[in-house]
Design a protein around this ligand. Sequence first.
Ligand SMILES: [Cu+2]
Length: 180
Amino acid sequence: MRTSRSRRLALALCASGIAVFAASPALAGADRIRTEGPVVSYSPAIPQGATARVQAVYNAAGDTVVTLHVRGLLPNTQYGAHAHQNACGLTGAAAGPHFQHVPDPVQPSTNPLYANPGNEIWLDFTTDEDGNASAQTVQRWQFSPDRRAHSVIIHAEHTNPGPQGAGTAGARLGCLTVAF
Ligand SMILES: [Cu+2]
């Protein structure tokens, strides 16, 4: 009985060790990441103190579920949001192009065959009267170890679905670096 209990304890410790490992800075295997922090602001439309939280989960079906929560933005306002290739920098441009699961050979990509919400991570939202909002998208793919998104950019407009200018969403207003 005692042996069995200590064995269970060892298994529990082992499991918690795996859980700690799974909280590593990037998604891998059946895993999840969660990043929360102040939104880097490039515009008065991202007020001082605005925060965002991004969670990404790999499920057993091979999907990637990405959720965005924002707080402290302008009230009752439409924003666009996407996962971008690079981490946030001093300007909105530093985050680079949208992350694309299948990369468009023509960049910047506005071809709806590539610039679409199945091949990119779009997280558009409209804030409530307190400036808060959330958005979620489910992708039928997962990141590859060497090619993954590194930020979420918040834009001035909801994303244009195309066919002309697909994926565009106006100025880059703010950014959160996310280790997808
Ligand atoms: Cu974008």
